[in-house]
Design a protein around this ligand. Sequence first.
Ligand SMILES: *Cc1c(COP(=O)(O)O)cnc(C)c1O
Length: 462
Amino acid sequence: MRYISTRGQAPALDFTQAMMTGLARDGGLYVPETVPQMRGGEIAALAGLPYEQVCLQVIRPFVGGDFTDGDLSRLIGAAYAGFDHVARAPLVQLAPNHFLLELFHGRTLAFKDFAMSLLGQLMQAALERSGRRITIVGATSGDTGSAAIDAFRGLANVDVFILFPHGRVSEVQRRQMTTPAEDNVHALAVDGDFDTCQARLKDMFNDHAFRDEVGLAGVNSINWARIVAQIVYYFTAAVSLGAPHRRVSFTVPTGNFGDIFAGHIARAMGLPVDRLVIATNQNDILHRVLSHGEYATRAVAPSISPSMDIQVSSNFERILFEAMGRDSAALAQRMEGLVQGRGFVLDPGELDFLRTKFASGSASEAETIAAIAAVHAETGQLVCPHTAVGIHVARQRLGHVPMVTLATAHPAKFPDAVERATGIRPPLPPHMADLYERPERVTRVANDLAALQAIVREQRRA
Ligand SMILES: *Cc1c(COP(=O)(O)O)cnc(C)c1O
């Protein structure tokens, strides 16, 4: 299996190389040259298997010959052993023909754990082979950072630095990043917002001398290995509901377009997915582009579903690459314009392509709160605000085909919004019950590239 860059100017790589590289050197994103196919009989044979075995079947063709089946099984087992539900991604029913796929049973209570914990195992295995060490630096609005720290804490060949905006993540998110005691974990509170953190991160990657000096590696949502891990739960959910004999639809709370792109790949592999519905909060650039064809960024408006407060949706480049007939030169030109603050208008053919693949909707703040309250009143269940955005959008599209809404975080990760809607403050699960008592360790940093680089050089265990 070979991976090519969407911008066409970086070398094709195998799976391990694409995983270790993250962002291509030409600024593009790696995509598989061809999507592997699963026949109906192979999909039917997944019914009733444990999550880990479905994972092996689904990801094996993407990994190619990089790992043996035995190694891959062992790494998958280690990745999901810390989850607190045996099904890993259980499906619960919300209403007639409407289901919730609970993706928050990992160690840091958001769906990011599915990808990050597997990425941690695969990267460590690749590093042990090569004898290399790496320095992972990531920027987060909250959930990616906590999942990355949990996945890489204590690993011998890895230091992990996470940049988060000082004062702008929830207390649970901050404590998940600042309380791990392992000395390879470094939480950095940056003076600025999430876009600032992401900009400094890009600067570090673009400083090629620094990149090579510290062995910089990225784990943000454009890393292809993360997408691969997320394909798996589309298969387990659809098969539970009757695939390949019955079609299934999904509604996905969306920010960087990583999770829903995984659903798109599952469908391209042969899973009978009827509709893939993009659900956005008030930061609704993706809903607007599907509605009018104009990709125009605005300022981010902070919301009660902060993990989706995004304007430039990084993985959207992957679907745009397909919509544009894999014309990497034209794509590169558009993305360049975006960096310079210009939006773009899709051609009618491109817009048609996207509309045949996706539907979309958005939820305002009031609609999000109302959805949390309604679900609680009807079922007794508490849902997080991101999940509520999905539920609000999905409800307008219920019909004969089973609809699965992805529950992307545990309600206890966003207790203020849940309490506002229901009057109930959801408790943390037992393994995190003492989170508020654990000592915190964090370095406050100015919004300054040189200062950040100095901290990485000084704190990493060379
Ligand atoms: C990251 C995140 C999202 C958005 O996922 P994308 O892959 O960026 O579209 C939604 N909900 C929660 C809770 C998240 O952490």
